[in-house]
Design a protein around this ligand. Structure first.
Ligand code: AMP
Ligand code: ZN
Length: 112
């Protein structure tokens, strides 16, 4: 298991946990890019959005439902941004699928 997010889910690497259910685990990003910057990850190791299959559709929907729940808990009533970086050109650095939840300041468009 040479995956930093699998180790976080397993409790081998510490994290600031915000949420957990059968399918997902959410924790604070270690290098926040906004006042609120959380990561929501599937417990199943999937390297990226480019490597999902139809059996993962419920899992993917759940990640976004968790984002909604956490955004409400974090008082992001003015809005927020969810981001999934995929592959080298997408800016992905950790190869375990994750949804960034960013909020607490206005976001810019287009992203870099
Ligand atoms: P990405 O560049 O989309 O793959 O995002 C990876 C994210 O994981 C970055 O925002 C990192 O700051 C974050 N990250 C890396 N290691 C840790 C860690 N040990 N705990 C929390 N967040 C982490
Ligand atoms: Zn993993």
């Amino acid at each position: 298991m040479d995956c930093i997010f699998c180790k976080i889910i397993a409790g081998i690497i510490p994290s600031k946990k915000l949420y957990e259910d059968d399918l997902a685990y959410a924790f604070a990003d270690i290098d926040p890019k906004a006042p609120v910057h959380l990561l929501i990850v599937p417990k199943k190791h999937i390297p990226s959005l480019a490597e999902i299959d139809t059996a993962d559709i419920a899992l993917l929907g759940n990640l976004h439902a968790v984002a909604k729940k956490l955004a409400a808990e974090q008082n992001l009533s003015g809005g927020y941004r969810t981001v999934v970086n995929t592959g080298a050109d997408g800016g992905q650095t950790v190869h375990h699928l994750h949804v960034h939840l960013l909020g607490g300041r206005p976001m810019h468009w287009p992203p870099g």
